[in-house]
Design a protein around this ligand. Structure first.
Ligand SMILES: Nc1ncnc2c1ncn2[C@@H]1O[C@H](COP(=O)(O)OP(=O)(O)O)[C@@H](O)[C@H]1O
Ligand SMILES: [Mg+2]
Length: 241
């Protein structure tokens, strides 16, 4: 589904992505992990069509990406929500822009908010929510448009440990209950192994290693010793230079 061929992404003369080849199959999940500044966000933005590669190309479902694609849901690092709008308004926005009928919007938004346990907060403004609730609103908003591809940049980085685990479980459930390809950036090794079917380890604008994670999909994976073995493997690769 996602095919990156020899992509090079530059900021002026600085090469942030240096000939990356990446393939992510449809309806699978891919984690991107690596040290700060290695190019994770740049790669994600390129998949989103927000940045254009200088060389090489990105294809999604065999179509060349030259800009933003309407079936791609994106959650940027600062989650891009509108603080002066309510939860309900934030989540329904994408559907309104797409001119869906009010009855349809009402039903869809209610279903999604319930799925993510934020229905009771629907009339609150964003600044009245906790960090975890805000992140759930961000997810709700991006899945309301029924994306076939969800891109997330460090979706849990601002959350405390317990809220983070809860949020990760909600994402896994959501992913399992619909057709969705998911690519997310994280600096958290356990998160990469919990939510990534494939784990891409980046270093200095390149892919250093790719791991396929057979344990993916099991919600109780963290009770298995093999989970920590994969975490250690990722840690070792991150530490090598
Ligand atoms: N707008 C920009 N202009 C110039 N350099 C940038 C810009 N954004 C990122 N960079 C540089 O590109 C590299 C990769 O950045 P980024 O993709 O944000 O890394 P990561 O998300 O892995 O921390 C870093 O060295 C960063 O300083
Ligand atoms: Mg980043």
């Amino acid at each position: 589904m996602i095919k990156c061929k020899d992509i090079v992404v530059k900021y002026d003369n600085f090469i942030a992505i240096n000939k990356i080849n990446l393939f992510v199959s449809k309806n699978t999940s891919c984690a991107i992990i690596g040290k700060s500044g290695c190019g994770k966000t740049t790669l994600l933005y390129t998949l989103a069509g927000l940045l254009q590669p200088e060389n090489g190309q990105v294809e999604i479902d065999n179509k060349l990406i030259t800009g933003i694609r309407k079936e791609t849901g994106v959650i940027l690092q600062n989650h891009g929500l509108f603080p002066w709008k309510t939860v309900w308004q934030n989540v329904s926005l994408g559907l309104k822009i797409r001119r869906k009928k009010p009855n349809f919007i009402k039903k869809e938004v209610a279903t999604i908010l319930k799925k993510l346990d934020i229905f009771e907060q629907k009339d609150k403004y964003l600044n009245q929510l906790s960090g975890g609730q805000k992140q759930r609103v961000a997810i709700a908003r991006s899945i309301a448009i029924k994306p076939d591809l969800l891109l997330m940049d460090e979706p849990t980085s601002s959350l405390d440990a317990i809220t983070k685990e809860d949020f990760q479980k909600k994402i896994l459930k959501l992913y399992k209950n619909q057709d969705l390809t998911m690519v997310f950036v994280t600096h958290d090794i356990e998160e990469a192994v919990f939510l990534g079917q494939k784990i891409i380890i980046m270093e200095a604008g390149k892919i250093k290693r790719e791991i396929s994670n057979d344990l993916f999909g099991n919600e109780s994976i963290k009770k298995e010793i093999d989970f920590y073995k994969i975490c250690l493997e990722v840690r070792d690769i991150l530490g090598e230079s």
